[in-house]
Write a protein of this length. Structure first.
Length: 325
């Protein structure tokens, strides 16, 4: 009886092994591989901007579906973590402000600039509580200013301090992501907050935050579109299609501000009034990256290198594709 049981157990084991092997063989057949390998464009976006509008409109999905390509959207709280995702291969394409690509390139990230929006200097600012005694940036000497390290507002702070006659070391810079920075700002743990839209508009509308200085006359505040270099080099047509669809959404958004606010309110979960204020400061019109824009980026990189905020000097134009899309 024991021998019969042992033989039956062996047969069951062999049957499972053969079944598993057959499954592996089937999965390895060309037809099965094709069924599982539908290409996906993975886009990283933040809680605002033309990419968020493009996501809400759904036009990119329709255009790429005709080519058998799916689109996957992943939200990031800020540019630096988005570009980290780009560098490690979790996304293929995304949008950030001026500073994040500088930090990423200095850290050795394999990324390329593929387009940018026009300057939008009033879309970022340094704000203080409504009852703050500070009336100029000079009044913040020795005070705590919170910001997201490596974001576009990092350069705004550098230029604003320079204009106010203060050194970077004259203030205490606290690094926190937007949600934590807002909490610190609300409870009075910091004296000022360097932040961008729509978080800026939310601070103004919901907290009564007062703008001490915005980017006007200090920074360009471009929004950049970047891609992982290996992806852009291998999928030039897909990247070109994304830029074309962004241009279409920009053109539509420029002439339909109310509709823009309605879509962004749904996509961001923010009040319509907050989104309308942010949208009123946004600049529409994606363009190819020009030598002038790259020269402006180089100034950002040089400023950060001089302050030793990045580990080494960089040449920004090294992050351009060697061909036109």
């Amino acid at each position: 009886m024991n021998n019969l049981r042992k033989r039956a157990a062996r047969r069951r084991t062999l049957g499972l092994l053969f079944a598993g092997a057959a499954g592996v063989a089937v999965a390895g057949l060309p037809g099965a591989a094709q069924a599982q390998a539908r290409p996906v464009l993975r886009i990283g976006y933040q809680k605002y901007g033309t990419l968020t509008l493009l996501k809400g409109r759904g036009t990119l999905e329709k255009r790429l579906a005709a080519k058998g390509i799916d689109v996957k959207w992943t939200e990031f709280p800020a540019g630096p973590v988005l570009l980290e995702g780009l560098n490690v291969g979790s996304i293929d394409f995304g949008t950030v402000g001026e500073a994040p690509p500088i930090f990423a390139q200095a850290a050795g990230a394999s990324l390329v600039y593929v387009g940018n929006e026009p300057p939008s200097p009033t879309s970022e600012a340094i704000v203080v509580p409504r009852d703050s005694k500070a009336r100029s940036l000079a009044d913040l000497k020795g005070k705590k200013i919170v910001l997201n390290k490596g974001s576009n507002v990092h350069f705004l702070l550098v230029k604003a301090l320079e204009k106010a006659g203060l050194a970077y070391k004259d203030v205490e810079v606290v690094f926190l992501p937007p949600a934590d920075a807002r909490a610190a700002f609300e409870r009075g743990s910091v004296d000022a907050w360097a932040i961008w839209d729509p978080f800026l508009a939310a601070a103004e509308k919901q907290l009564g935050a007062r703008v001490l200085v915005d980017g006007q006359g200090l920074v360009a505040n471009h929004q950049f579109y970047l891609a992982a270099r290996p992806y852009a080099e291998k999928h030039q047509e897909v990247v070109r299609i994304v830029i074309e669809e962004l241009a279409k959404v920009d053109e539509w958004g420029l002439n339909n501000q109310k509709e823009v606010a309605a879509i962004l309110a749904v996509q961001t979960g923010l009040d319509t009034g907050v989104v309308e204020l942010a949208a009123s400061r946004y600049a529409y019109g994606v363009k190819p990256v020009t030598p002038e824009v790259i020269a402006a980026q180089q100034k950002v990189a040089d400023a950060f290198a001089a302050l030793k905020l990045i580990p080494r000097p960089i040449v920004v134009k090294d992050a351009l594709l060697p061909f036109k899309l």
